[in-house]
Write a new protein. Structure first.
Lengths: 114, 111
């Protein structure tokens, strides 16, 4: 596709459930970022992939959060045992090579944990 | 840890007035990017600054990177209603690809 695609656009889940959020980056972009944005705040860094490997996962809040990018393209953010505090918009961004290049954001997945 | 603050948090201006938002980092940055996010939308890249003291212009927008590479500013001349949104800076430090976003400045333009 022409841009970064994230699915689903909205996800409502019950506390304690497992969720997967998908990101389809721009074709050919090797760098992929996941951010989390709460209302009225700036995007909060979660994890950065260069190719298939997680180059920096220091932003993942705890071990309930995990992300993969097995073939260096599509990425999945996985959240186990969801909590109400996980409710936010999860944004994915991709760029050609990472540092010093423009990042293109997807529309985000709005996660609501009830 | 690294913190990036922006001021002001909110700004209401009359259409045609100028607007400036300031970005301050607790640590020296290797580069800084600016993004605009419209209400209900996602961040859209505006520009990147890399060099100390760098100034870049895009039509009515002027971006500056401080000499010490710890602060930056975005100035909009003669605002228009299409400038409405939240402006974020995002900086990274040497040796890392992690961009830390600022707190954002929400701009409202009154027609």
């Amino acid at each position: 596709g022409a841009g970064v695609s994230q699915t689903p656009s909205n996800k409502v889940t019950e506390k304690g459930k497992y969720v997967e959020l998908r990101c389809d980056p721009i074709s050919g972009h090797t760098a992929l970022y996941w951010y989390r944005q709460s209302l009225g705040q700036g995007p909060e860094f979660l994890i950065y992939f260069q190719g298939t490997g997680a180059a920096d996962d220091s932003g993942l809040p705890n071990d309930r959060f995990f992300a993969v990018r097995p073939e260096g393209s599509v990425s999945t953010l996985k959240i186990q045992r969801t909590e109400r505090g996980d409710s936010a918009v999860y944004l994915c961004a991709s760029s050609r090579s990472g540092l010093n290049t423009e990042a293109f954001f997807g529309q985000g997945t709005r996660l609501t944990v009830v | 840890g690294q913190q990036v603050m922006q001021i002001p948090q909110y700004q209401h201006v009359q259409e045609g007035e100028d607007f400036t938002t300031y970005c301050n980092s607790s640590t020296t940055l290797s580069n800084i990017q600016w993004y605009k996010q419209r209400p209900g939308g996602h961040p859209v890249f505006l520009i990147q600054l890399v060099k100390s003291g760098e100034v870049k212009k895009q039509k009515r927008l002027t971006f500056q990177f401080g000499e010490a590479k710890k602060n930056s500013s975005l100035h909009i001349t003669a605002t228009q209603t299409t400038d409405v949104g939240t402006y974020f800076c995002a900086g990274t430090t040497s040796g890392t690809y992690k961009y830390i976003f600022g707190t954002g400045t929400r701009l409202k333009v009154l027609a």
